[in-house]
Design a protein around this ligand. Structure first.
Ligand SMILES: [Ca+2]
Ligand SMILES: [Ca+2]
Length: 272
């Protein structure tokens, strides 16, 4: 069941408040979606390294197309926008007066870009989720060669997981490999947490030839990730139709009303 999350924005590093509205989990996000910035976090956020603010909240909009979290741990909430829910996401980092955007494809390292500079039909795909359950959102990044006709081509120079917090160039605090089953085109990638254990599952849809897409499900495994043998033949359904990044599993963001904005005390039905 999809739950809602309510985000409490009190400027501290305290965990989110949980509303007891039935079985739905909500995160109440405060005015301006800005947390108080710690001095250390602000300093670190000014460079390529992520900050050191403790994990805050991770929650989705109702449609599952925008994930809100402090991705770079600078104390300000950021948005990951994936309108098609296919892994072609843009990260919008909040700053004091402006915002900066980074697409997943731009997150490749200079070396990775140089290696594929002459390759044709290459596409990036990324899935954002907290795969290792430490509270920071991670990025599973793929860069692979699209099919030519119905024949899959095996060329995937990038398949790695970057553990959060992530810097604004989408580099990770550390990087692990993703053990893949095939190096064919990654048509879509997404993250879910169907069992709500706080550790996201990775879903990857790859070309299988003749219009077929195979779906693989992966889990974090001691500093790296491994795609399992689970496969689903999605022939005729289209990969996107069956493989959707379901950020709703992480909970739904709830923005407080104007009255709640002016009230610094939690609503009476809030349970901490
Ligand atoms: Ca941030
Ligand atoms: Ca993580």
């Amino acid at each position: 069941m999809t739950e809602g999350v309510a985000v409490q924005q009190d400027g501290s590093s305290s965990p989110p408040l949980w509303w007891g509205a039935g079985s739905r989990r909500r995160t109440v996000i405060g005015a301006g979606t800005a947390l108080v910035v710690s001095a250390a976090g602000f300093y670190l956020a000014s460079g390529p390294e992520p900050g050191n603010h403790p994990p805050t909240v991770v929650c989705s909009n109702e449609s599952g197309t925008v994930l809100t979290t402090d991705l770079d741990a600078d104390g300000r909430l950021d948005e990951i926008r994936d309108p098609r829910r296919s892994g072609d996401a843009t990260v919008v980092f909040s700053r004091a007066t402006t915002a900066s955007e980074v697409r997943v494809e731009e997150g490749r390292t200079l070396w990775q870009k140089a290696r594929s500079a002459l390759s044709q039909d290459m596409e990036a795909s990324g899935a954002f989720g907290d795969f290792n359950g430490d509270g920071y959102v991670d990025l599973a990044l793929f860069y692979s060669q699209a099919d030519y006709g119905d024949s899959p081509r095996s060329n995937m120079p990038v398949h790695e997981v970057r553990y959060g917090p992530l810097a604004r160039d989408l580099s990770g605090s550390r990087t692990g490999s993703i053990r893949i089953r095939a190096s064919t085109f990654v048509d879509a990638a997404g993250a879910t947490d169907e069992d709500h254990d706080g550790r996201a599952e990775l879903h990857v849809s790859q070309s299988g030839g003749d219009g077929r897409f195979d779906r693989y499900i992966g889990h974090e495994d001691n500093g790296s990730m491994k795609l399992g043998n689970e496969r689903a033949d999605l022939t005729g359904s289209g990969a996107d139709a069956e493989l959707r990044s379901n950020w709703r599993d992480f909970g739904i963001c709830v923005f407080p009303t104007a009255r709640e904005h002016s009230d610094t005390t939690p609503p009476p039905n809030v349970a901490q």
